[in-house]
Design a protein around this ligand. Structure first.
Ligand code: ADP
Length: 339
């Protein structure tokens, strides 16, 4: 029996185009080792007629955690139900989803690090023994009923593996970290998605967009959609290198693929705070944004690009960051540690 995966709002981060999201693992680009390990686990579970063990994906936003959560049920030929961590305020919010699960079905919880402790503890027996306690009746008549669930696979996604408690993390049999994509992988993704969007793109233009996508498929898709709009409105609809260059320049994307938010972060640390060390809360307050957004969306790329360092005393801009902003590296600065 083929069941069509259930699609809810939570599964579609704003701006993602469902047509660009691969539906099967063999359509996914990159993450070869992760895919290979998952295939082995999926094949083995299918051969034994068992339920796949619980799976946890961690990594920065836009790298394919939700995409994997879509593809795995398709490989298993089972349905999927989606939940988002921040919407689960109390155990009762989980109950309908758990009690309605079909055998071997997948339950996906995005941003699982944001569920409160009580919900997390409620998940323990659900994950381990496929049982939950239900409170029936109210007040003096309230009784606890131990309810047996159908065996299911929980897929959790998190941008902050470190925020997950040990007991929850240990209940996932399969844990996969998703890393940034290579230039070749992102170029392939841009080329493939341009053809899905029915737009002609030159090879150099695809590589130009990929190079400015911070190793992230979601960003590559966003950049591609913008360049396509630009090509339609300002050129002949085809994406040449010149069109891609002009479009990304207009959007304020620099040669490292940083957008205005990334540059504001860097400018705050370098210009406003003299290169640091500065605490994340101070940076967030200066930028009038939340530290969660900065930690999830901005810092992973800046850290990987060696533009900032996280030290016990706060964030520090590296010489490379000063150079990128065209500001002289202050020799008498604490940053001399990194000269
Ligand atoms: P996350 O859940 O990690 O934030 P998503 O899975 O929502 O990221 O990925 C964002 C978009 O990037 C998807 O809609 C999809 O189009 C694209 N994408 C992500 N990973 C891949 C991949 N490995 N191959 C092709 N496209 C991908």
């Amino acid at each position: 029996m083929t069941r069509v995966p259930l699609m809810t709002k939570e599964s579609q981060p704003e701006g993602d185009d469902p047509n660009l999201r691969p539906a099967a693992m063999n359509q996914m680009i990159g993450q070869r080792e992760v895919i290979e390990r998952l295939r082995i686990a999926i094949d083995a579970a299918k051969q034994r007629g068992e339920t796949l063990g619980h799976v946890l994906f961690d990594g920065p936003p836009g790298l394919g955690k939700t995409t994997f959560a879509h593809c795995i049920p398709n490989e298993l030929n089972v349905a999927i139900d989606f939940l988002s961590g921040p919407t689960l305020k109390a155990p009762k919010d989980l109950v309908p989803n758990l009690t309605n699960l079909q055998a071997k079905q997948v339950l996906f919880i995005d941003e699982i690090h944001r569920i409160p402790k009580a919900v997390e503890e409620y998940l323990y027996t659900a994950m381990e023994d496929f049982r939950i306690d239900l409170i029936l009746g109210e007040g003096l008549n309230a009784r606890t009923h131990n309810f047996k669930l159908k065996p299911f696979t929980l897929i959790g996604a998190t941008t902050r593996a470190g925020m997950l408690s040990g007991p929850l993390r240990d209940r996932f049999q399969i844990r996969e970290h998703l890393d940034f994509y290579s230039l070749a992988e992102l170029t392939q993704l841009v080329q493939r998605n341009a053809s899905k969007l029915n737009v002609q793109i030159a090879d150099e233009a695809a590589e130009f967009i990929a190079l400015r996508s911070r190793g992230t498929p979601r960003i590559a898709n966003n950049r591609l959609r913008w360049v396509r709009d630009y090509a339609q409105s300002r050129a002949d609809g085809k994406i040449s290198l010149a069109v891609a260059e002009a479009a990304l320049k207009m959007a304020g994307i620099d040669r490292l693929g940083m957008d205005r938010q990334d540059l504001r972060y860097l400018e705050t640390v370098v210009r406003v705070c003299g290169g640091g060390p500065v605490g994340i809360e101070s940076i967030a307050a200066t930028m009038n944004t939340s530290s969660d957004t900065l930690e999830d969306e901005v810092e992973p790329f800046l850290l990987r690009s060696e533009l900032i360092l996280r030290t016990p005393r706060g964030r520090v801009a590296t010489a490379k960051a000063f150079e990128h902003l065209n500001i002289e590296w202050p020799r008498d600065h604490q940053g001399r540690l990194f000269e």
